[in-house]
Design a protein. Sequence first.
Length: 437
Amino acid sequence: MSKQPQKSGNNAIESRYDDYLMPIWKELDVPLRRGEGCTVEDFDGNEYLDVFSGISVTNAGHHNDAIVEAAKDQLDELLHSCSYVHPNEPAAKLGERIAEISPGNLQKSFFCNSGTEAIEGAIKLARKHTGSKEVIALEMGFHGRTLGSLALTGNKAYKKDMAPTINDVAHTAPPYAYRCQTCDGECTAACADDLERVIGTHTSGDLAAVVVEPVMGEAGIVVPPKEWLQAVAEITRDHGALLIADEVQTGYGRTGSMFASEQFDVEPDIMAQAKGIANGLPLGAFTAPAEIADSFESGDHLSTFGGNPVACAAALATIDELEGGLVDNAREQGEWLSTALWELEEEFDVVGDTRGLGLMHGVEMVDPSETGPMGEAPAPDATLAKHVSKHLREQGIVVGVGGYHGNVMRVQPPLAIEREQLERAVEGLRTAIEAEA
Ligand SMILES: Cc1ncc(COP(=O)(O)O)c(C=O)c1O
């Protein structure tokens, strides 16, 4: 047998991925060996400023001492209990803590392991509580990759040939002001009238729930006007249905408040959470007021790993860290970031729109020589977005790329980011746009 040369560093990881992991994501990003605060390091010793947080997860920063210690202490005590058979203390305390920090009367939680499971469970609960079946979600919205949440996801790019045909799911227009097909670019409560139209035309009126992301993440950081979300909540309830807020990405401080719904003065009937909840340990949850949660009877739902004591202990420490100043920092830095990105929009005609809340911002790259496909806004330029992202990597900065058209730079750093680091990220963007446009 001929000897293969030994690979090392990043190459070794990537070639094992090629050989032994399913080819889900062909454009792999930098492999990560370790992280500290807002800095990550690869296997070749290169350091990067992390402005994406592993898709908006490490809100309290990489290797946050308090969270790591809490998880280690719990590992020494009890690693697993199956919390729906043998109650464990961290799950009990976390349920109480989530009730304290959640908007409105949200009180009782169910723990699972991911965002998609939180959505699936929330839908089951809404169906059980209302006795109705149909669910409406937003076009371009994203709710996960398992079959139920994939059916709700309003983007064919995620569905390909694998999404189920579920007659109980319909979609309504998103509040995407920059490319809105309902209004002239100033989405208002009136754009929410589309929900009435969809209920009237695509459902049989047997509506269990309407699911919305208060700020749409994968769609390209789409921030609705407050009145729009409030109007959606009102229409939903007028039809006897529940409003499910998918706070998987917006929750746990990301938008500058613990949950984004608070900033819209909307109290969801069920709230789905995951991502930042335990700063990277796998955990998801959905939470509802007692009168809704208590519709579940024993055996209606379960998860072997849900409520894992180590993940719950990490979540308790994460909430302490977030309340200890990180949410405030997200709000303050986010205000600065908003202005800094808006200046890029003024400076470059390839920057069509910038928008966001807290430390969840999007920069939409466009080709100003063309318009459409939706409305009169300049055409999305996904190729430019990719080039800008590559240029940023070369400068040692990791920024996400996403959006319905694949043309949105996603600025979602750990919430502990300092002004100097944020300035470096924005300057990096400026340099990359100058070089690539
Ligand atoms: C809003 C939203 N909901 C649900 C999900 C699915 O979460 P997970 O990947 O943990 O299943 C995501 C993931 O990006 C998300 O952004």
